[in-house]
Design a binder for this molecule. Sequence first.
Ligand SMILES: *Cc1c(COP(=O)(O)O)cnc(C)c1O
Ligand code: SF4
Length: 356
Amino acid sequence: MADDMESWQWQLAHRITTVDELSKHITLTEEEKADIAQSLSLFRMAITPYYASLMDKDDPRCPIRMQMIPSAEERIRGKFDLDDPLGEIKYNPAPNVVRRYPDRALLLITMQCAAYCRHCTRRRVVGSTDCTISQEQLKQALDYIEKTTEIRDVLISGGDPFILPTGELESIIAKVRAIKHVEIIRIGTRVPVVLPMRIDSELTDMLKKYHPIWVNTHFNHPKELTQEAMEACEKLADAGIPVGNQTVLLKGVNDNAETLKKLFLGLVRHRVRPYYLFQCDLSVGISHFRTPVDKGIEIMHSLTSSISGYAVPKYAIDLPAGGGKVTLGYDYVVSKEDTELVLENYLGKLYRYPVK
Ligand SMILES: *Cc1c(COP(=O)(O)O)cnc(C)c1O
Ligand code: SF4
């Protein structure tokens, strides 16, 4: 088992973390190597052999490469960049808990991920130390959730919760589930994308004991829709877990309607519901990934007018300073009169509709 490339433990143990290892998988110029080495010190690199196998060996613009390989641009501090873009420090009522809405809380249980995404919102903390929540921190976090009876939805995230051994993860989920007012448990994970072999029956058998459990994953490009990844999502769905997807809109990776259409339709075919399309946030060192907001709205317009609502996520900006998420879209209201709205349909034709 330990030497089995199909095992998730093997994949984690053999992650690519240095320029030398990386150059065995893809073609790199000396200049690229130097750049990678320099940016590596700002935010670590770790790529599972599985995910690296999806990379184009010769194309530096390959969307898989761009999501995982450090670049010179990461050393630029953009004009609008913020150290704590989502104000998570301020909204931290207990250790490892972020609460921005009365009825929902985020519980961060590890800072480790299976692979480190260059566009990570939490790059400030993720991967900096490979540590999991301590028993004492967990106790304080759970005490907070327990005494805050408005919380009915707990999002277990990190880092990546599915990186934990199943037993360890179960002991956390069981404790959250034991809190009476917690109706829904959600888990945020990129494991189906970068380490799909981790979604095994041991994990799904454990998860389904604690329903209702929802999982949100993070596919960004149709190249990621491999047979292994789709099987991972289907195993979750077969265990009765509704699977959603959050995509980050990334310049040069997926910032066009055709690519996203392919991605979202592919996900729906495998029972994954596109949930959010996020505007790239204001974390330091990722300004090169940011697209203009108008671009996102234009993409949403194109998607909404050509594919089913099931395949169209909400386009959202996670506001700075902990303002929460707002969703944006194309405005189909052309004008509003006293008694009538003028609305544009998906073909651009105009219709009148009474206001009341
Ligand atoms: C995104 C987020 C949530 C969940 O928001 P939904 O719109 O319900 O998916 C909850 N808490 C925090 C802090 C978040 O960032
Ligand atoms: S998996 Fe999520 S938390 Fe981990 S590096 Fe990627 S975006 Fe960040």
